[in-house]
Each structure stands twice: as C-alpha cells, then as structure tokens.
Design a protein around this ligand. Sequence first.
Ligand SMILES: CC(C)(COP(=O)(O)OP(=O)(O)OC[C@H]1O[C@@H](n2cnc3c(N)ncnc32)[C@H](O)[C@@H]1OP(=O)(O)O)[C@@H](O)C(=O)NCCC(=O)NCCS
Length: 214
Amino acid sequence: MTDQAHIPTGTLQTGDIPGKPTSASRTTLSHIMTGSDTNLLGTVHGGVIMKLVDDAAGAVAGRHSGGPAVTASMDEMVFLEPVRVGDLVHVKAQVNWTGRSSMEVGVRVLAERWNESTPATQVGSAYLVFAAVDADGKPRRVPPVVPETERDRRRYQEAQIRRTHRLARRRAIKELRDRRAAEGLDARADAEDRHGGPTRGPARPVTGRAPGRR
Ligand SMILES: CC(C)(COP(=O)(O)OP(=O)(O)OC[C@H]1O[C@@H](n2cnc3c(N)ncnc32)[C@H](O)[C@@H]1OP(=O)(O)O)[C@@H](O)C(=O)NCCC(=O)NCCS
C-alpha cells in the first residue's frame, strides 16, 4: 500500500498520541490593508500577504501540535489577483497533512472591500511545512491530523503527493551536489567566483589579482 492510500480515520492513534480533527486548529486571520502595506505600484506588497500567511499557518501549526512550531518551508505561494488598500483580507489556514514531526498547512487568501457587502474573492494560496519543536529547537512528534470531510481527505491526499515530490527533489539535488563535489566541480565553481568568470582546466588557486586586470 502506498502512503497516498492511507488517510487517518477518527479512531487512529499513532503510538500514544491521539489524532486531532482538522477543525480543531483551523484558523482565520483578518486584516484591513492600509497605505503602509503598499508597494511602488500602489497595490499591497506580496511580502505583507506572505507574512499574514505565515502568521495564520503558524497559529494553526501551534494549535495542532500543542506547542511551538517553526516554518520549515513555504511553497506554491500563488498570487491570483492584486490586493488593494481598503481590502479586508481573510487568511484561512488548516492542517492538511501530518508526518512524524512535520505538518503541511494549506492557506487560502480571500479579499473583500472593507465597507461593501460583496462576496470575498480568492486572491492567493500557499502550502507551508511546519516542524513542531521542543524547548531545545529539536523536532518533536505531532498528533496525526484526522480529516473530517471529503474536502479534507482530498487535501490530505494532495499534501502527500507534494510531500513525496519535496522529498524526491531534495534527494535528487543532494545526490547531484554530492556527485559534483566528488568530481571537483564545486571547487572549480568557487574558483570561477573568485576570478569573476569561467576557468579552464583544474581549479586554480586564488592569485589576489582582480578579475580582468593585467
Ligand atoms: C525545521 C527544522 C526544525 C528541521 O530540523 P531537522 O534537524 O532538519 O529535522 P528533521 O530532518 O528530522 O526534519 C523534521 C521534519 O521536518 C521536515 N522538514 C525539514 N525540512 C524541511 C523542508 N525544507 N521542507 C519540508 N519539510 C521539511 C522533515 O521532513 C521532518 O518531517 P517528519 O518528521 O514529519 O518526517 C530546522 O531545520 C529548523 O529549525 N529550521 C529553522 C526554522 C525557522 O527558524 N523558521 C523560521 C524561518 S525565519
């Protein structure tokens, strides 16, 4: 059976840690955008939205794991529509998936005019991985998340696919770097940095002379 076939049920327990339903930690963070949130184009800076995303996801990870949790990665941050001054932004976050000490938190960003009763539209989304940590900053175990609805179960399965791809990508990049280091290619790259351009033959030692000068 693959990982993707395994979705925790309400009765599942991992070791001595009982599962927690998705709804127990689902959180929404809302904020009205003001002039201090804008970029040079006059719309809201992407970094302002990313901070709200990280804040909401961090609250969810802390609530689910029952203690401190740190952001390990943020990926697939998508901005679908510009956010404007006067928009009331809602950042909705929930645990999609849990591993041993890590949690994937899915976030949806919605915006509506602060003083109009028009429906909110989705303006962005992101997936973050948090690791629960102990007092020494070392990873600690988390309760398995128990998806409650069909949508939760779909998100759980999709999160497992992303997890598989993240691990495979990290492994492939590490293998490539190890291979290049073993072949001495990284030493040549360092030499190129020092010389400000490509080098031929084996990596050369530093000469102290500025690149391109006689
Ligand atoms: C995240 C951190 C605790 C991981 O520590 P580590 O010693 O690498 O521990 P591990 O390799 O056992 O990883 C712990 C878990 O996190 C996951 N993880 C670690 N790095 C990850 C990454 N870049 N992307 C996705 N998952 C990651 C691992 O897969 C593992 O999951 P699992 O226990 O569910 O299988 C550590 O790297 C850290 O403290 N980073 C800084 C976090 C921080 O300061 N964040 C704020 C950013 S400013």
